[in-house]
Design a protein around this ligand. Sequence first.
Ligand SMILES: *[C@@H]1O[C@H](CO)[C@@H](O)[C@H](O)[C@H]1NC(C)=O
Ligand SMILES: *[C@@H]1O[C@H](CO)[C@@H](O)[C@H](O)[C@H]1NC(C)=O
Ligand SMILES: *[C@@H]1O[C@H](CO)[C@@H](O)[C@H](O)[C@H]1NC(C)=O
Ligand SMILES: *[C@@H]1O[C@H](CO)[C@@H](O)[C@H](O)[C@H]1NC(C)=O
Ligand SMILES: *[C@@H]1O[C@H](CO)[C@@H](O)[C@H](O)[C@H]1NC(C)=O
Ligand SMILES: *[C@@H]1O[C@H](CO)[C@@H](O)[C@H](O)[C@H]1NC(C)=O
Ligand SMILES: *[C@@H]1O[C@H](CO)[C@@H](O)[C@H](O)[C@H]1NC(C)=O
Ligand SMILES: *[C@@H]1O[C@H](CO)[C@@H](O)[C@H](O)[C@H]1NC(C)=O
Ligand SMILES: *[C@@H]1O[C@H](CO)[C@@H](O)[C@H](O)[C@H]1NC(C)=O
Ligand SMILES: *[C@@H]1O[C@H](CO)[C@@H](O)[C@H](O)[C@H]1NC(C)=O
Ligand SMILES: *[C@@H]1O[C@H](CO)[C@@H](O)[C@H](O)[C@H]1NC(C)=O
Ligand SMILES: *[C@@H]1O[C@H](CO)[C@@H](O)[C@H](O)[C@H]1NC(C)=O
Length: 593
Amino acid sequence: MSSSTHASKPHLSYFFCLLSLLSLLSGVQSDELQILLKLKSALQESNTTVFNTWISTNGVCKFTGITCNSEGLVTEIELSNQNLTGTLPLDAICQLQSLEKLSFGFNFLHGLIAADLNNCVKLWYLDLGNNFFTGEVPDISSLTGLQYLHLNNSGFSGTFPWKSLWNMKGLIRFSLGDNPLNPSPLPSEVVQLTKLDWLYVSNCGIQGTIPAGIGNLRELINLELADNNMTGEIPEEIGNLVNLWQLELYNNSFRGKLPVGLRNLTKLENFDASMNYLEGDLSELRFSTNLVSLQLYENNFTGQVPPEFGEFKKLVNLSLYTNGLTGPLPQKLGSWAKFYFIDASENFLSGPIPPDMCKQGTMKKLLLLENNLTGEIPANYANCSTLTRFRVSDNSLSGTVPAGIWGLPNVNIIDIGSNNLEGTITSDINNAKSLWQLYVGNNRLGGELPTEISGATSLQSIELNDNQFSGNIPSSIGDLKQLNTLRIRNNKFSGSIPETLGSCFSLTDIDMANNSLSGEIPSSLGSKSHLKSLDLSHNQLSGEIPKSFSSLHLSHLDLSYNKLTGPVPPSLSNGSFAGNPGLCGNSSALPPC
Ligand SMILES: *[C@@H]1O[C@H](CO)[C@@H](O)[C@H](O)[C@H]1NC(C)=O
Ligand SMILES: *[C@@H]1O[C@H](CO)[C@@H](O)[C@H](O)[C@H]1NC(C)=O
Ligand SMILES: *[C@@H]1O[C@H](CO)[C@@H](O)[C@H](O)[C@H]1NC(C)=O
Ligand SMILES: *[C@@H]1O[C@H](CO)[C@@H](O)[C@H](O)[C@H]1NC(C)=O
Ligand SMILES: *[C@@H]1O[C@H](CO)[C@@H](O)[C@H](O)[C@H]1NC(C)=O
Ligand SMILES: *[C@@H]1O[C@H](CO)[C@@H](O)[C@H](O)[C@H]1NC(C)=O
Ligand SMILES: *[C@@H]1O[C@H](CO)[C@@H](O)[C@H](O)[C@H]1NC(C)=O
Ligand SMILES: *[C@@H]1O[C@H](CO)[C@@H](O)[C@H](O)[C@H]1NC(C)=O
Ligand SMILES: *[C@@H]1O[C@H](CO)[C@@H](O)[C@H](O)[C@H]1NC(C)=O
Ligand SMILES: *[C@@H]1O[C@H](CO)[C@@H](O)[C@H](O)[C@H]1NC(C)=O
Ligand SMILES: *[C@@H]1O[C@H](CO)[C@@H](O)[C@H](O)[C@H]1NC(C)=O
Ligand SMILES: *[C@@H]1O[C@H](CO)[C@@H](O)[C@H](O)[C@H]1NC(C)=O
């Protein structure tokens, strides 16, 4: 008996205890339901289907985006990228006692972030990035368990509570970039976060130098400090960050040389230090054999491009423009991987164009303007059907332009001006369906302009000036409906100006000066209401200036040194007409009619 009463007592108390625990729990659960319904109603304007499951009868753990623990308590709210609009009721949300993860990235949320966020003390994951919040990020010192903190690109301004980071020793990812914060140095709180593998603080008002303590962050795989106002040299301690995969330093005011130690970053794939005042040579990058993308444009680098770059097996993007680099480009450059672009314009590079950058058939852009490159255009590029830009103007290239270049099917710009190139523009140009701009001026090109140029139907601009082109201007040119600029000055074109030019509706600029054009000026040109500049000087044009010209509104007109006769329409009288003894008119420079 006694044993049974003895046994029933604890049983009963256990039962009551369980009962009260259960009712307590269900009380908590109904509180949690109320909290989530409050969240739903705060965001009710959102154009989203995510709340369709958020109805009381489902139980909170079945709500889309909600994760519960084994006790049925909410641990995670994952509502990123759901088109949410409204303000976050953090006062309510942070009453969820077991909440560990709060993810609202990539929405349209606005308003202030309340200091109530501090009540979410169990959070290890917080994503408020990519929204439209206003005001400051509040002090979040109590969120000491955070491992992931994304606040980037979300409209935060004012002073960031850097001190809050002091106790977040476990922080692994920190993204604060792209917020209009008050200027601040990169504080010591950051460089003691030794677990960090991701530090994104680009474009958020960071100024001053990179602290030497950066070398503490040995786990970093991504360090982004771009688009700030940082100064000083890149510290040698960067060399400690041997796990770095990406280093973004562009658009600051860094000075000095690339630090010794960069060579130790053997995992580095993306390095961008463009738009700074860096100097010295690139030899410290000789060992960065895993580079995929290297961008160092607009600096003050000198010396040669290291020959080792030619052996980099993964390199696909290389941008070195506007520096003081000399010597040749490595000839095997870009031949190993699916190369995408090179831009080494505005340097003092010499030697030939590396021939194999399109070897894998993927190259988009070849930009080597304003150097001192010599040799021929490598024939391989004539097969590079992926090319959209082929720009090698202002060099010392010679030889014949490979015919296929003219017909590259995706090329938008062919810019080979100001070299010593020879040969003709071939009928291949019929295939250049994407060509907008053809710049070949100031070379030794010659022969006739092929009739097939009309196949390049996207052409907007043709510049053939200062060459030795001869023969007629093909009348098919009238088919180029997008053409706005035609400059063929200083060539040997003969025959008459095709009447069809009048069908190029978009023409604004025609320069045919100093050729051997004869016959009459086509009256169709007078109908070109967009025409702003017309230079037909130094030809053999004869007949009268078409009456239709009186309706033109030109800012530049030069018809001098031809054989024109008759009256100059009064509206044109401030143009240049010298060297046409047969012209008359009522301006001081012309004899009266
Ligand atoms: C809401 O989203 C749907 C597709 O999800 C879209 O078709 C509709 O235009 C959106 N409405 C508004 C007001 O943005
Ligand atoms: C968000 O809105 C866009 C455009 O209205 C729509 O295409 C997209 O499907 C929506 N996304 C969600 C998760 O509702
Ligand atoms: C920006 O924040 C989003 C989350 O909102 C995150 O996925 C992304 O990685 C962050 N960007 C960077 C560069 O850190
Ligand atoms: C450079 O960064 C500043 C912010 O520090 C930004 O305003 C500017 O647009 C950036 N310049 C370029 C060319 O991206
Ligand atoms: C950059 O920082 C310097 C001080 O180091 C300051 O004088 C300058 O105004 C800052 N520039 C910008 C764009 O913030
Ligand atoms: C590069 O790493 C090696 C081996 O870890 C080390 O001895 C050397 O001091 C490092 N060099 C620099 C410049 O940091
Ligand atoms: C580049 O270096 C030259 C010579 O050292 C110097 O005259 C020039 O001002 C520097 N330019 C920049 C942008 O730092
Ligand atoms: C190379 O550059 C292009 C154009 O900027 C970019 O779209 C592409 O992602 C880059 N590739 C790599 C591997 O960085
Ligand atoms: C270009 O190279 C030629 C021949 O190598 C040389 O004579 C000339 O001085 C160089 N020009 C420039 C601007 O470096
Ligand atoms: C271009 O491709 C064609 C056909 O694939 C091939 O016969 C020719 O040798 C190639 N030419 C060059 C210069 O690579
Ligand atoms: C006319 O063009 C020829 C080349 O065809 C050139 O040699 C000559 O200097 C040019 N004359 C003028 C006045 O520009
Ligand atoms: C002629 O003069 C007018 C008014 O002074 C000016 O707007 C126009 O650009 C000039 N045209 C030429 C061809 O010089």
